[in-house]
Design a protein around this ligand. Structure first.
Ligand code: ADP
Ligand code: MG
Length: 535
């Protein structure tokens, strides 16, 4: 849309005002004054008015063709001249129309600016003053009453000039402050428009769906991404409730901060993640809801594929490890049997070969048993257990067979829990054996295993702190993996089984280790056999 120059509309107002005034003048003349002899030149007045009408038409035609400002000045000057002519024809000092000059000054101030008002005031003062002087000296043919003296003329000129300048000053002042206000207002309006366009663009172009609803959940607005995700057409659909689009929203009154669920977008099902927040009045009553959502279908699918891939990778690794673990004892078995079969061995050799067969078979059996325990653990058989007694018993039994140079310190509170005692014992057994192995591997020294047990906030905490070789940072992630071992004869199943058992009790195992200094394993177990917070 083409914007009209504000100056042009002001000039239009000037023309309209002049037309109105001239019309009123003409009307009043026609009604009262013509032919009644009140003015010296009634015919001339009439002609003047006609001329002004003519000018108005010319002005209107010129309006868009000439520069507004000089055009306005031109009109003002002509107006002053016309007003003076009217004053002249209606009796000079005795004319009633000197106020017209003031109107012109006011008009210049409002239509153009302060300067134009002063220009109009000066021009009017000079011409008006000159005219009255000439009249006083009777140098122009306007008669005046005999009652008028020189001081009347001076006084009239003086008061008119003062009035003209005062008016010029006041309208100038008024119009410049008006100008300023309207400029700031204009700027504010533009800023506001820019801001609202910006906001709309942000909402439209954001990649997430944005929906607003009223307090009942009826949809009020939906952005473009929202349309794409839900398949709704915001121009067509109306009066739809948010629950009919996202059926997994149960109760709007207690909106979840975050949620996930399925929706039917036409024939396809989509997984949607959303957050809802209530818009509230200052009193705290919800008057609507804002819902931001996105389509998680692709991400979900990718996640599932990823999980599946990870699962297969883990299974592959596990199978490779099992095969490896079984192949070694099988090789020695085969070797021994072959030698026996070939014959020519002494009875002692035969005896030791037989021993080897037996021990390798045992080892195979142990690996399989351990692995089965890891992969398909039997159900727990929980019962009330005096855990402190169970732990002390295990330590005592193992302490007897401890390698030389190893000492056990224990500090254990009475601990009553509901758990499967046989399986917990197995956990302790694995941890203590690992500690023994870590401390004897360090060299001659041996070391101290400090075991403590206490209860904190309904959780039993048992620590096994050894002074062994510690766990390398690079191995830290792997020690709980099945078949991870750093030992020549290890199976790498001890910790993985222990972790399985603790998790099945709702507990956990963590460790802290300082390579070369020692390791502390921390076993936690909820007293009632379930982790706090688990349902
Ligand atoms: P294994 O004892 O048969 O090696 P585990 O699962 O019991 O299998 O332990 C896995 C690995 O964790 C060990 O080989 C060892 O490297 C490390 N580890 C476990 N406990 C300790 C410990 N107390 N100190 C140092 N390293 C340990
Ligand atoms: Mg072990």
């Amino acid at each position: 849309m083409e914007k009209t120059d504000p100056r042009i509309s002001k000039i239009k107002a000037l023309i309209a005002f002049r037309t109105f005034f001239v019309t009123v003048l003409l009307g009043s003349f026609a009604l009262f004054e013509i032919g009644n002899g009140a003015f010296p030149y009634p015919k001339a007045v009439f002609n003047l008015i006609e001329a002004l009408y003519g000018l108005t038409i010319i002005y209107a035609l010129l309006l868009r063709r000439v520069k507004p400002k000089p055009f306005a000045y031109f009109q003002i000057v002509l107006d002053v001249i016309a007003a003076l002519a009217l004053i002249y024809f209606t009796g000079g000092i005795e004319s009633w129309f000197s106020f017209l000059l003031i109107l012109i000054v006011i008009a210049s101030g409002t239509v153009i600016d302060k300067r134009a008002a002063f220009v109009a005031a000066s021009l009017s003062s000079i011409l008006y003053g000159a005219m009255l002087d000439l009249q006083y000296w009777r140098m122009i043919p306007i008669p005046y009453g005999l009652v008028l003296y020189e001081k009347d003329f001076l006084y009239n000129i003086f008061s008119n000039i003062v009035a003209l300048y005062v008016c010029a000053y006041l309208t100038g002042q008024l119009s410049s402050s008006l100008e300023r206000t309207s400029l700031t207002l204009e700027k504010r309006l533009t800023d506001f428009r820019k801001l609202s366009v910006f906001n709309r663009e942000v909402v439209e172009n954001m990649p997430s769906g944005l929906m607003t609803t009223d307090a009942d959940g009826r949809i009020l607005s939906l952005n473009r991404a929202g349309e794409t995700i839900t398949g709704l057409d915001r121009a067509v659909e109306s009066d739809i409730r948010i629950q009919s689009i996202f059926p997994f929203i149960k109760d709007l009154n207690k909106p979840f901060e975050r949620g996930e669920g399925e929706m039917a977008a036409g024939p396809v099902k989509k997984t949607i993640g959303l957050t809802i927040s209530a818009m509230k009045t200052p009193q705290g009553d919800p008057f609507g809801y804002i819902c931001i959502f996105s389509d998680l279908t692709e991400i979900k699918k990718m996640q599932q594929e990823m999980q599946l891939r990870q699962k297969w990778a883990a299974i592959g690794e596990l199978s490779a490890n099992i095969a490896h673990e079984i192949r070694n004892p099988l090789a020695s078995l085969r070797g021994a049997v072959e030698m026996l079969h070939r014959g020519g061995t002494s009875p002692q050799q035969q005896e030791s070969l037989m021993q080897m067969v037996l021990s390798e078979a045992d080892r195979l059996n142990r690996i399989i048993t351990d692995f089965l325990m890891y992969s398909r653990p039997a159900e727990n058989e929980p019962e009330p257990v005096e855990l402190d007694i169970l732990l002390k018993g295990t330590l005592e039994m193992l302490g007897k067979s401890a390698p030389a140079g190893i000492r056990i310190n224990s500090d254990i509170e009475p601990l009553r829990v509901t758990a499967d005692p046989g399986r917990l014992q197995q956990v302790f057994y694995n941890l203590v054996l690992n500690a023994f192995e870590a401390m004897s591997a360090k060299g001659a020294g041996g070391g101290v295993l400090a075991v403590s047990g206490k209860k904190e906030n309904g959780v039993v905490k048992i620590n096994f702190a050894d002074t062994g070789q510690g766990i390398d940072a690079k191995d830290a992630e792997k020690v709980f993996f099945p078949f991870f071992t750093t030992k020549d004869t290890g199976t790498g199943l001890g910790l993985s089984i222990a972790m399985r058992i603790m998790e099945s009790h709702g507990g956990n195992i963590r460790f802290k280790s300082e390579p070369g200094q020692g390791t502390e394993f921390i076993v936690t177990l909820p007293v009632n056999g379930k982790a706090p917070g688990h349902v």
